[in-house]
Design a protein around this ligand. Structure first.
Ligand SMILES: O=P(O)(O)OC[C@H]1O[C@H](OP(=O)(O)OP(=O)(O)O)[C@H](O)[C@@H]1O
Ligand SMILES: NC(=O)CC[C@H](N)C(=O)O
Ligand code: SF4
Ligand SMILES: [Mg+2]
Length: 458
């Protein structure tokens, strides 16, 4: 794979009038998790209708479309593909119409034994529409026997990897989380029903401030206006994706009880404590995802937090651009130094991560060309050296600068006066009781990688 992408977002609405409209607002709040495609499936109690398309939620859905999608139960999805391409067949929710009714599935994460399960299902006669891993979830549920809950339970036990997914039939929604707790999934009461979301920021826009997280290995059933909890396995662990806190999630989201902005601020404070001997004038964060960490660094060090970089909000996330030339151009279009702020100053520049080094290298150059005397780069995460197999579309190991160069060499490459990262142990300290997946930093994958493991050799 040649790109790094973000993740997907899932959102469900159970038993709320005009579910499609609420679903739209939910997906819009999760847009930062995936911008490739957007889709909504609505149940009117008798059948499931879906509509999906490429692009942002606001572009795919118009008011007329949403008003025509009648029903009070819905699931939706915003996607960044990690398995299977961007073709229409892979856009979610994936819907099936079988002899026993309709089913729709929305998935965030990555099924790592997808190749093995797909082969087995095909050998039993399954005909897949697309090439993605998420369709395996739907087929596996259809393949099992018993009630829908029994079929989901059996399927969840066979799926390995990272998954937070929603399954909807004509009158129920099931929310399911993998046994390792890698991807977030929360739910909250909403009017006479419930809403379910990858991130809690989607609840806040609905005026909902109290929500609950699914536990690893849990299935939560929303039916007959009540919530029922089932544990499909007791073989569980807690490995919440550290990158959710570092980069992906919105700062106003609460993940596993911890606010993302607070996590980032505390990470910045840890960086500052390691810099007792550094004499600098100002702290500048790379907008937007590093601003919380920069505020934390400034507070801890006593240095002023300054807006030394201005971001043009209409340029998307840069590390999703397919070629290096496009990435370079995007960083240039996106960020401008504020000369009057940085000129003649020794700057501590905080970013959340270095992936290929494009952003840091360009920004150091921008700050220096605007007159910065020194630029000390501080990264609020450890060295990113291993690809992710859990729902984040990363480069091959060779494309990650942290896999090829040591910290001193990276510092030379980005032409900084000094460079410091956080350590894996620092992330654990900030997370406290919350168990983290840190595999992209330490290479300690929490699951078997099956056929995907060979990508580590690329
Ligand atoms: O080393 P690189 O390959 O350049 O990637 C690292 C950069 O990519 C991300 O920002 P991005 O510009 O994607 O999005 P953001 O505006 O949300 O921070 C991240 O926050 C780093 O700034
Ligand atoms: N980023 C994600 O969570 C993507 C989900 C799924 N693996 C897909 O490619 O559609
Ligand atoms: S490998 Fe990294 S990005 Fe992937 S789930 Fe683990 S912490 Fe998150
Ligand atoms: Mg950034």
């Amino acid at each position: 794979m040649a790109e790094i992408h973000e993740e997907c977002g899932v959102f469900g609405v159970y038993h709320v009038e005009n579910a499609a409209m609420l679903e739209y607002y939910g997906l819009h709040s999760l847009q930062h998790r995936g911008q490739e495609s957007s889709g909504i499936a609505v149940s009117d109690g008798e059948t499931i209708n879906s509509y999906k398309g490429k692009g942002l939620t606001v572009d795919v859905f118009q008011k007329e479309k949403l008003s025509a999608m009648k029903g009070n139960t819905a699931i939706g999805h915003v996607r960044y593909s990690t398995a299977g391409g961007q073709e229409a067949e892979n856009i979610q929710p994936i819907v099936s119409k079988g002899h026993n009714g309709c089913l729709a599935v929305s998935h965030n994460g990555q099924i790592d034994n997808d190749v093995e399960l797909r082969l087995e299902l095909e050998n039993h006669g399954a005909i897949f529409q697309g090439t993605g891993d998420s369709e395996v979830i739907l087929h596996q549920i259809q393949y099992e026997r018993g009630t829908l809950l029994e079929r989901i339970t059996q399927a969840a036990r066979k799926l390995d990897g990272a998954f937070s997914f929603l399954v909807m039939d004509e009158d129920r929604i099931y929310a399911v989380r993998d046994r390792y707790g890698i991807r977030p999934l929360s739910y909250a009461p909403c009017r006479q029903g419930y809403v379910i979301s990858s991130e809690t920021c989607a609840f806040e826009v609905m005026g909902i401030y109290e929500s609950y997280d699914l536990k690893p290995g849990e299935i939560v059933e929303f039916s007959k206006d009540i919530v029922k909890h089932y544990q499909y396995t007791n073989d569980i662990s807690h490995h919440m994706c550290a990158m959710e806190y570092i980069y992906f999630a919105r700062p106003d989201s609460v993940v596993e009880g911890k606010n993302v902005h607070t996590f980032r601020k505390e990470s910045g404070a840890v960086l500052a404590r390691k810099d007792q001997d550094l004499h600098a004038d100002i702290v500048v964060g790379v907008p937007d995802s590093s601003l919380s960490a920069a505020i934390g660094y400034a507070e801890e060090s006593g240095l002023p937090f300054e807006t030394g970089l201005f971001k043009n909000r209409y340029v998307g996330r840069t590390f999703i651009q397919p070629t290096q030339a496009m990435r370079d151009q995007s960083v240039r279009m996106k960020l401008s130094p504020v000369e009057s702020v940085v000129s003649g100053k020794s700057v501590v520049m905080i970013d959340d991560s270095i992936v290929r080094g494009t952003t840091s290298r360009r920004i150091v150059q921008l700050l220096k060309s605007a007159g910065a005397k020194e630029v000390h780069v501080r990264i609020a995460s450890p060295v990113f050296a291993y690809p992710c197999f859990y729902g984040v579309d990363t480069s091959t190991r060779a494309e990650l600068i942290g896999a090829r160069l040591n910290v001193e060499e990276i510092c030379d490459y980005i032409k900084a006066d000094s460079l410091r990262y956080l350590e894996v142990e620092d992330m654990r300290e900030v997370a406290g009781q919350i168990g983290l997946c840190l595999a992209c930093f330490d290479g300690k994958y929490v699951t078997n990688l099956y056929t995907h493991g060979k990508e580590l050799e690329d």
